[in-house]
Design a protein around this ligand. Sequence first.
Ligand code: SAM
Ligand code: DTB
Ligand code: SF4
Length: 311
Amino acid sequence: MKTLAEFRAAYGLPLPDLILRAAAVHREHRDYADVQRCALLSIKTGGCPEDCGYCSQSAHYDTPVPRHPLMTVGEVRERAEQAKAAGATRFCMGAAWRSPKDGPEFDAVLEMVRAVRGLGMEACVTLGMLTPDQARRLAAAGLTAYNHNLDTSRRFYPQVVTTRTYDDRLETLRAVSAAGISVCSGGILGMGETVEDRLMMLVELANLATPPESVPINCLMPAAGTPLQMAPPVDSIELVRLIAVARLAFPTARVRLSAGRDRMSRELQVLCFLAGADSVFFGEKLLTAPNPGASADADLFRAMGLPVGSR
Ligand code: SAM
Ligand code: DTB
Ligand code: SF4
């Protein structure tokens, strides 16, 4: 599936039909029972010069999130060890940067990537815009994937972020692919965009020269002080439909049920897995916002009959 017309047609199918098709594609290309647990850590928090309207870490808004400078490699290694012990197989590190500065901080991030890889986990980072050289250095450090979300459609983007352009995002994705790093790119639902915008975002991703191997679908976590703090929650059936279309569009990718699970029932999450989602963020906190606790997730996995992990 590459065209908006195809995406619309799939999205508009009767729901059982859509879910069954997505489930069939999922079963054909991936192990249905393999739901990956990823741990998330904010390695540098707050004070970001970008004005992303959804983000608690933007310096443009007065939010209650405390700033924290870059963590040390030792602290990060310890958190990765804990995440591994709790059953995570991928460790994702986020920094509130517009783009990383070359020098000691970027070198420390390279060291963090090596530390995580040294534990036998997949390592993913999201640091903002990258130069081709930075992407190559991350690849040489063993980075598995780089997360850089398109977030929404090209046409809706300027209503959410004004300090960078959609083409800036695409340029970084090109640098990441050129360096041989796996691309993780998806978006956020619930920022006031239409269903058409969500589908247009998936079309953009599907038409990249190297389509993403990892597609996070976040539901907005409304953050106090941001322009989107009062945004209403995403409709559950719209979420399930979008996940199913993402599975059809990216048959071999990980489709990640990302932010927003703390407001989702077990039943909704199970429906998302049936519709093709096969990964979650695990642990009490995302970057700054809450996530279901370890025991709620253990219950969910147990109820689904999936391995709960060693804890
Ligand atoms: N600063 C880097 C960047 O924006 O590329 C990396 C960190 S940023 C927090 C990573 C991603 O988290 C964003 O691209 C966005 O898709 C997602 N995100 C941020 N705030 C969110 C929120 N309140 N709700 C849901 N997703 C959010
Ligand atoms: C992604 O798509 N979702 C994660 C990860 N990539 C870095 C981040 C979600 C952030 C949710 C809001 C917060 O914790 O501040
Ligand atoms: Fe900065 Fe990333 Fe937050 Fe945007 S989403 S304000 S770039 S940390």
